[in-house]
Ligand binder design. Structure first.
Ligand SMILES: Nc1ncnc2c1ncn2[C@@H]1O[C@H](COP(=O)(O)OP(=O)(O)OP(=O)(O)O)[C@@H](O)[C@H]1O
Ligand SMILES: [Mg+2]
Length: 475
């Protein structure tokens, strides 16, 4: 019997069980099933907003089954089983004989399949005749199932509910909300320092045990500031946390504040925090945090100052323990933050440029799925002192594209070495001051490329890179 039949029967059985057992809720449905039955929020009749949800009974048509299971021809896959029926008029697929379907399914499904479907895990646990069929615990299965809050449909429903009039459009320019299912970076993809890993473990534990922390009155937790040069993984780490912990990722773009109609800005900042509270538990990520300090210091428009003050106040009023919002700020310019801004974060996490060992690890991670002859990541790490994770990614991209111009999809170590050189040439140009021009490279035949220190190395005092396995300290 094909897996397609098993997939379709699982779906039909799930819809039946879910429709009958009112103690089940949307978190008992696998995300792929839930998605097809979710009806969004909005307030079409003016009767007050609805959050959207899943209403019983769930009915299965060829197209819902196809969408949920990826089986192309659902009815064909199960039509010769004795316990399946199709209503020719509505196109609904049903189980004519539920018991027979259960037995058939229990004989073929394995524990893993049941574990990923809390609805069925509960059903088979509740029925004595299947007591020995599976070794799966319903509660564990439900805990492992992705929560509805991580689904795009749920987030859209909420956003529609709260921001359905036109005035709110500019508000939505200020924030971007991503569902964890849409974030494609995980902590496994990132090479972190021991320090960073320690802090991340701590915060993960704090999120997990926030009820306990509330009980003992510990509230000063859950506001992190990531500091470090561009391309060192600040944004990626925040996103990876969202992905791995199934939390929506709400990003505030502070630079948008200045481009908005200023009178509205303070109100919109308020609303941003409102969004985060509604979507909680979630991560609220505020990039370019130095913008705040700059605005407070300088002689800015009063409305802008008001907006920034609102932002600081909102930060004070939001809490991981009370509101289930983890706040992460990020900045490239920690030196520009004033005391008022620093004071608001309870952990500062440093994102240094990667050292020799980390560079080698990043190269290994980035090349995980690539074919490279004679690959020697340590050698490349050795000649890329001062480069960030983002730079190393660019080097690899360059190497891949170069090889493609020769129709090769297998790289060689030499391709990587060439790409490093290429990268340094570009980097030198980027860092050159074209006006003041006392730079060698401005004169044809100058020392661009060819192994003198990269632009970054020369700007911090003319170290040439190479055999010094230390950080490229920047601040
Ligand atoms: N330590 C690292 N391990 C693996 N990949 C990394 C690391 N640091 C950076 N990268 C990669 O570099 C790219 C850019 O990183 P990211 O955007 O997170 O940097 P950032 O610190 O937020 O930079 P900016 O300050 O410019 O916003 C990402 O694709 C990321 O995966
Ligand atoms: Mg970033």
């Amino acid at each position: 019997m094909s897996d397609a039949a098993l997939d379709v029967v699982e779906f039909l059985l799930t819809t039946r069980v879910y429709s009958d057992d009112r103690s089940l809720d949307e978190n008992d449905l696998p995300p792929e099933y839930r998605r097809v039955f979710w009806t969004g929020g909005g307030d079409d009749d003016g009767s007050g907003a609805t959050r959207g949800g899943i209403s019983r009974p769930l009915s299965a048509t060829n197209s819902t089954v196809r969408e949920a299971t990826d089986v192309d021809q659902p009815w064909q896959a199960v039509s010769d089983l004795m316990f399946t029926d199709r209503d020719d008029f509505s196109g609904t697929l049903t189980l004519g004989q539920q018991e027979m379907a259960e037995k058939w399914f229990a004989e073929r499904a394995d524990d893993e399949r049941i574990f990923e479907n809390p609805t069925l895990a509960k059903h088979f646990e509740d029925h004595d005749e299947f007591a020995d069929a599976f070794d799966v615990d319903y509660e564990e299965s439900r805990d492992a199932n992705r929560p509805i809050q991580a689904d795009r449909v749920w987030i859209d429903g909420l956003l529609e509910e709260y921001f359905d009039d036109e005035d709110d459009e500019e508000m939505l320019d200020l924030v971007e909300v991503r569902a964890p299912e849409e974030v494609d970076v995980t902590l496994d993809d990132l090479v972190l320092t021991e320090d960073q890993e320690g802090e991340i473990d701590k915060i993960a534990k704090a999120i997990e045990h926030r009820d306990y922390l509330a009980d003992i009155g510990l509230r000063e937790i859950g506001k992190l500031l990531f500091v470090g040069p561009p391309g060192t993984g600040k944004t990626s780490t925040a996103q990876a946390l969202a992905h791995d912990m199934d939390l929506p990722f709400v990003e505030v773009k502070l630079s948008m504040i200045t481009s908005q109609y200023l009178g509205e800005t303070a109100k919109n900042v308020d609303k941003t925090f409102e969004v985060a509270k509604r979507l909680s538990p979630c991560i609220l990520f505020i990039d370019e945090f130095d913008f705040v300090a700059k605005t407070r210091r300088s002689d800015e428009h009063a409305a802008l100052k008001r907006a920034v003050n609102t932002l600081l106040k909102s930060i004070d009023n939001i809490s991981l323990i009370q509101d289930d919002v983890l706040l992460i700020g990020a900045t490239n310019h920690p030196d520009q933050l004033d005391a008022a801004a620093w004071r608001r974060f309870d952990e500062i996490i440093n994102f240094p440029k990667p050292d020799f060992g980390m560079r080698a690890d990043i190269l290994r991670v980035v090349t995980r799925t690539m074919d490279i002859e004679d690959f020697d990541p340590e050698f490349i790490a050795d000649v890329t002192e001062g480069l960030t994770g983002s730079d190393l990614r660019m080097v690899m991209r360059e190497a891949v594209l170069e090889a493609l111009t020769e129709d090769r999809t297998t790289l060689t170590q030499q391709d990587l070495i060439d790409a490093v050189e290429e990268f340094e040439e570009r980097d030198n140009l980027k860092n050159m001051d074209m006006i003041d021009g006392d730079h060698d490279a401005l004169v044809a035949g100058g020392s661009v490329g060819g192994g003198s220190g990269g632009g970054k190395a020369s700007s911090d005092g003319g170290h040439s890179h190479g055999h010094d396995h230390d950080h490229g300290h920047e601040h």
